[in-house]
Each structure stands twice: as structure tokens, then as C-alpha cells.
Design a protein around this ligand. Structure first.
Ligand code: MTE
Length: 385
């Protein structure tokens, strides 16, 4: 993913691949490894990585957090500690106020970065994955959201000033109903579901996440796309004052993504407003993000402000930046390697899976082939990846 993605990919390499694999490549294409492998290997414990530009000149050296939260402290111990501290704090407050509150001490209660209201009326979706879920803590602290920085911990650490309300969604292009709409008006009367999907990042890690939202199709249909609407383009908000990552030109902002209209209308394609029953934290793309579970995670664009129906295939951020590495389709495919690493397996980030045991085989369309493969009949994934 462009120059800076090489930093995060190095993390994956550093943890999972030996240097010869990295330098020799997997796909038969000429390797484009711009990370100084020896340096990265030597320093991975410190979380040090060195980033090079296209010519191989060192650009900058940065610290990143290669260890996810649940790998430092077991989730149960972390929760018990939190519960104990919460109990002590609540006891203290109750004591001060002279009240006799019963202190809630549920070990399974997810820990929130900020208290948010619960999403009302969530319906359980029957197709949900039954795999072990990724903890709320990892889902909200190990993120890719370059608008807040390129480190996995940056989005959680640097997004507190982002304001997801009020929020206006602009709808334009080949549709009968276009204009600017207040998000809360659009969400009124929408039936929210809980859908547990696998999220497979192109960097070869994955999570199992209980999203809360509704099928994108149910919103798009309201705008009555015309027969000319062959694609849908999405844009993330541009607010450099609140999004520190946008102050540097690591991406040609705003972040852009796109889907073919049949992909956008597919019943699996979700617009998420929450996760784990809570409104989306800023780092996960508040207030509205896409989730396309059979595609690499970069297609799941966050904090959407614009939807545009178009006749032609729209340019998308990563595809424009590195077309040989990130295709428009980006369907999860273990048989089509990234030019710099294999896509045959992934590091699953889930409770109880230690960093050394968590590698699992990647499945075609991320396990959703039965539902979506028919949309790609006749499309060669080696060229249109
Ligand atoms: N959307 C925006 N606007 N900016 C980003 O950097 N990163 C993408 C995607 N959506 C990204 C984005 C990538 S690479 C991934 S893997 C997922 O968000 C990660 O979503 P998560 O952080 O909620 O797990």
C-alpha cells in the first residue's frame, strides 16, 4: 500500500516470514521489497521499522506497535483488572455520594475507549460467523486508518478530537434522488442488525468482528440509481484539523473506494454504524463505514461523506497509488499473491490465539465464495485482482 504501507507490511513480514521468503517473492513477479529486511528483523522486538522511497532511499524511521493489546495481557486477566479497578472507582464514587449503588462487575463487559450509548433494537443475523471473535479491545486498538497515522495504534490514540456528528452525506451522480442528507435523518427507521463477519486485511492478518449496521443496498435503493449507475464511488471526509494523518501527503486525500453496482447491492455488503453493540468508535470509521467481507479490508472505507453513482469504474486510492499491488476488485484470493508476500495464509487476531499459533489458511473470497463467486464468472483474478 504505497510507500508507507510498506512499513506496516514489514510488521507482518517481521512476525511471520523469514527473510529469504521476503526477498525472493512469491508470485514469480520481480520482488519489490523496499524494506531493509535485515534491519527490520534485527529490530522487530523494538517495533522499529525503516521506510524507503521507490528509489530505495531511506525516507524515515518510525516506531510502530507490533504487539496487539491482547497479546500482552490475556483478555480475562485484563478484564478482571479492569473490573476490579472499576469496582474500586465506583465504590469510591458511591461512597462519596453517600449512595448504596451495587457495583456492576461483569467480566465479559467490553472495555470502551469512551462511554457510548448502546444501539437499540439490534437484530441477530442468521449468517454470522461462529468463529471466535476478536476482542473489542483489539478491534478498537489495532487499526488501519491513515487519516490518523500509519501506526496500528495511531487511530485509537489520535482520533479523540474527531467529531462524527453532525454528519452530512452527499449523494450524487446517476440517481434520481441526489443531494445532501443529514445522517441521523437517513438512519431513522433503519433496522440495525448484528453481523459477525471475518475481516481479512491485505497485510495478511484477520479478525472476526460483530458489526452493527444494515445492508448498503437498503440505503442505495432510496436514491433510485438509474440504469447508467454501473459503479458506486465512496469518499472519506477530509478534515486535516481533526485528522492529523491528512496533514501529510501520504495519500492523495480524500481516501476513495469503489464497488461495481452489483457488489454494492449484494446482501452481504454492509454499512456499519457500530461494533459490539456500541456506536462506532472514531478509530473504526465513525459514524458510517463500509464492510465488504469477501474483499481485502482496504475496500471497507471509513467515515463516508460522499456516495457517487457513476457509469465508469472510479479511481480508488490504493489502486491509483500502487496498481500492481492493489487491484480494484481486491477479492480475497489465496491463489493470487501480493507481489511482496504470500496470501495463502493469515494471522488471525482472536482471543486465545497466541501470536505463534494463530496462522490459518486463507479461504477463497474470505469464506464467502458460495454467496459471491457467481458475480465474477469469466473474470480472470490474475489480471483483474
Ligand atoms: N478507510 C480510510 N478512510 N482510511 C484508511 O486508512 N484503511 C483500510 C480500511 N478503511 C482505511 C480505511 C484498511 S487497509 C483496513 S484493513 C480496514 O479499514 C481496517 O478497518 P479496522 O481498522 O476497523 O479494522
Amino acid at each position: 500500500m504505497g510507500n508507507l504501507m510498506r512499513a506496516t507490511h514489514a510488521e507482518v513480514h517481521g512476525l511471520n516470514r523469514r527473510l529469504p521468503d521476503r526477498t525472493s517473492g512469491h508470485s514469480g513477479k520481480k520482488p519489490r521489497c523496499l524494506i531493509d529486511g535485515a534491519y527490520t528483523l534485527q529490530c522487530q522486538d523494538l517495533g522499529l521499522v525503516r521506510v524507503f522511497d521507490h528509489g530505495g532511499t531511506p525516507m524515515r524511521q518510525r516506531l510502530f506497535d507490533p504487539i496487539i493489546a491482547s497479546e500482552i495481557t490475556p483478555e480475562s486477566a485484563y478484564m478482571q483488572r479492569r473490573t476490579l479497578m472499576k469496582g474500586l472507582a465506583a465504590g469510591l464514587i458511591a461512597g462519596l455520594a453517600g449512595c448504596e449503588h451495587e457495583v456492576e462487575a461483569k467480566a465479559e463487559t467490553p472495555v470502551l475507549p469512551t462511554p457510548k450509548p448502546e444501539i437499540p433494537g439490534l437484530k441477530t443475523w442468521p449468517g454470522s460467523s461462529r468463529e471466535t471473535r476478536t476482542s473489542f479491545r483489539d478491534v478498537t486498538s489495532y487499526n488501519n486508518y491513515y487519516e490518523f497515522g500509519t501506526g496500528k495504534g495511531d487511530p485509537a490514540a489520535r482520533s479523540a478530537n474527531f467529531k462524527p456528528r453532525p454528519w452530512t452525506l452527499e449523494v450524487a451522480g446517476e440517481a434520481e434522488v441526489t443531494g445532501r442528507f443529514d445522517l441521523d435523518d437517513l438512519l431513522k427507521g433503519m433496522a440495525f442488525e448484528e453481523r459477525i463477519y471475518r475481516l481479512r486485511c491485505v497485510e495478511a492478518w484477520s479478525m472476526v468482528i460483530p458489526w452493527n449496521g444494515f445492508p448498503l443496498a437498503s440505503l442505495l435503493k432510496r436514491f433510485k440509481p438509474t440504469s447508467k449507475a454501473k459503479y458506486v464511488r465512496f469518499e472519506t471526509i477530509e478534515r486535516p484539523r481533526e485528522m492529523p494523518g491528512q496533514r501529510s501527503a501520504i495519500i492523495d486525500w480524500p481516501y476513495r473506494e469503489g464497488l461495481r453496482i452489483d457488489e454494492a447491492m449484494h446482501p452481504l455488503t454492509l454499512l456499519a454504524v457500530g461494533v459490539y453493540g456500541r456506536w462506532l468508535p472514531n478509530q473504526n470509521g465513525a459514524p458510517l463505514r463500509l464492510v465488504v467481507p469477501w474483499k481485502y479490508g482496504f475496500k471497507s472505507i471509513k467515515s463516508i461523506v460522499k456516495i457517487h453513482f457513476s457509469e465508469t469504474q472510479p479511481p480508488t486510492s490504493w489502486n491509483v497509488m500502487a496498481p500492481d499491488e492493489y487491484g480494484f476488485y481486491a477479492n480475497v484470493n489465496s491463489a493470487v499473491d501480493h507481489p511482496r508476500w504470500s496470501q495463502a495464509s493469515e494471522r488471525r487476531i482472536a482471543e486465545g490465539m497466541s501470536i505463534f499459533k494463530a496462522r490459518i489458511a486463507t479461504t477463497s473470497f474470505n469464506g464467502y465464495a458460495e454467496q459471491v463467486a457467481a458475480m465474477y464468472t469469466g473474470l480472470d483474478p490474475q489480471t483483474l485482482y
